[in-house]
Design a protein around this ligand. Structure first.
Ligand SMILES: C[S@@+](CC[C@H](N)C(=O)[O-])C[C@H]1O[C@@H](n2cnc3c(N)ncnc32)[C@H](O)[C@@H]1O
Length: 228
């Protein structure tokens, strides 16, 4: 991508954040024993059903991506408590803690590769699958921020969640996980069918809250009133 193209597609503040993220990414990686980390990759094939997950060992680009997210959410020295749902390798909570926040991660149980990596990074992870119409368990209303990046919750027969599923999830997060002033930030997988990050029926669930959509990022505040 040429510089002029980057300038057209990214706002000045995004460019600034990306620039800042480069330096901070180096700092975070310096806290990791990279040789020992890459040794985990040797057995990765036996530990994941989807070889696609091995791509996350490309430490620098993935750390940089999560660093950009963390900086754009002003998590450097925020001193807050974060829950990252669908954490994968746990890079985002690792960065949150690097900046002095408290982070809890959550991902499906029985994923040996993700477990190896999050254990290695000493990420505090809950092994729990988010299921349709099931509240999250083992959490309290102590979180300032709940995040979920690159995650499509799939319901019956792998179909994307619809309005009712999302409405249940949002109510649960806002009533049982987030503090009064807390915020939910999502970057869902792209919905190719509807050519947007949310399908129209997903969108209806979010409209019940004060939701800001900026590019692929969806920010939802708790202190808005859900429509009856
Ligand atoms: C594409 S990966 C994204 C990982 C990470 N958030 C990132 O951006 O690098 C999707 C993650 O969501 C997790 N996941 C998918 N469905 C889930 C569910 N129902 N409950 C909890 N985690 C789930 C997967 O195990 C995987 O770690």
């Amino acid at each position: 991508m040429r510089t002029t193209e980057i300038a057209r597609r990214w706002s000045p503040s995004e460019l600034y954040i990306s620039h800042m993220a480069k330096g901070h990414t180096e700092d975070v990686i310096a806290t990791i024993d990279v040789d020992a980390f890459m040794a985990l990759r040797k057995n990765a094939r036996e530990k994941t059903k989807t070889l696609n997950n091995v791509k996350y060992f490309n430490l620098k680009p993935y750390m940089h991506e999560h660093m950009r997210r963390a900086l754009s959410l002003r998590l450097n020295n925020a001193g807050i408590k974060v829950l990252d749902i669908g954490t994968g390798f746990g890079y985002f909570p690792y960065i949150c803690e690097f900046f002095g926040n408290t982070a809890v991660a959550l991902d499906v149980p029985d994923h040996p590769l993700f477990d190896d990596v999050t254990n290695f990074l000493n990420v505090n992870k809950m092994r729990q699958r988010v299921e349709t119409f099931q509240p999250l368990v083992g959490l309290d209303r102590s979180f300032d921020l709940v995040t979920a990046f690159q995650l499509a919750f799939n319901g019956h027969k792998g179909k994307r969640w619809g309005e009712e599923e999302w409405a249940f999830f949002l109510d649960d997060v806002f009533n049982n996980v987030l503090k009064q002033t807390g915020e939910l930030v999502l970057e869902p997988n792209y919905d190719f069918k509807h050519r947007f990050w949310l399908s129209p029926s997903e969108f209806r669930a979010f409209r019940r809250y004060r939701t800001q959509i900026s590019g692929r990022r969806i920010r939802v505040k708790r202190n808005s009133t859900a429509a009856s």
